[in-house]
Design a protein. Structure first.
Length: 194
C-alpha cells in the first residue's frame, strides 16, 4: 500500500566526521526541498527531527512564514509542499505520532550511503511496501549518516545508491529524491491518489 509512507530527516543522533554522535544543524534548504519532493511523491508526512530547541525553532519559523504569513500568498505551491512537514525532538516522538495517526507503529527503514549486510534492493522494498498495510517510515541521516545503533532498531535497511562509485557523497536532498523515485515509480503514482 503506497499511501502509508512517511519520512524522517534525522539531525540527532547522527555521526560526526570522526564517527562520534552529534547533533547537526537544520538547513532551510532541506526543509523546503525535501518537502517539495515529499509532496510530489505524496508522502504522508515529513518529520524534521532535532533534539535542539533552537534548531526546531528554525523549522517553526520556516513553516510559519510559508504557511501563515506572506509566503502563503506569495508562493502557494511552496506553501502546499510545506503542509507535509512536521517537527519532532526524537525518533521515538515520530514513531509515537505515526502510531497515533495510523493506529499502528510504522515499519522502520534505514538508509545509508555505506554498504552493509542484509540490505534490500529498491525493487524488493517497493514490493514489500505495496503488499503491506502497515505505515512505513524512511529514516535519512544528516551529517555523516545514521549510527549503527539506529540501524539495529530498524526492520529493514536499503542498499546504498552509489556504493561502488569513486565519489559517494550525495546531498540528503538528492538522496531523498532518488530513493523516493526508485520506490515510487511514475506508473504507481496514480495508485496513491485513491
Amino acid at each position: 500500500m503506497l499511501n502509508n509512507i512517511y519520512l524522517a530527516l534525522i539531525h540527532y543522533p547522527v555521526l560526526g566526521r570522526h564517527g562520534n554522535i552529534v547533533s547537526s544543524a537544520v538547513t532551510n534548504l532541506d526543509v523546503h526541498d525535501i518537502a517539495r519532493t515529499c509532496r510530489t511523491y505524496n508522502i504522508k508526512g515529513y518529520f524534521v527531527v532535532s533534539n535542539l530547541p533552537a534548531q526546531r525553532e528554525i523549522v517553526d519559523n520556516v513553516l510559519n512564514y510559508w504557511l501563515e504569513e506572506f509566503g502563503r500568498e506569495y508562493n502557494p505551491s511552496r506553501s502546499e509542499a510545506l503542509t507535509v512537514v512536521k517537527r519532532a525532538s526524537y525518533i521515538e516522538d515520530v514513531i509515537e505520532e505515526i502510531d497515533r495517526i495510523e493506529g499502528k507503529k510504522p515499519v522502520l527503514i534505514f538508509t545509508s550511503a555505506k554498504k552493509g549486510i542484509d540490505r534490500l534492493t529498491y525493487e524488493e522494498m517497493r514490493k514489500f511496501i505495496i503488499s503491506s498495510e502497515k505505515p512505513h517510515l524512511l529514516l535519512f541521516g544528516t551529517s555523516w549518516g545514521l549510527p549503527k545503533e539506529i540501524e539495529k532498531t530498524c526492520d529493514y535497511s536499503l542498499e546504498p545508491l552509489r556504493a561502488d562509485s569513486d565519489f559517494n557523497h550525495l546531498s540528503v536532498r538528492a538522496a531523498v529524491a532518488i530513493i523516493l523515485d526508485r520506490l515510487i515509480h511514475e506508473d504507481t503514482i496514480e495508485v496513491r491518489r485513491d
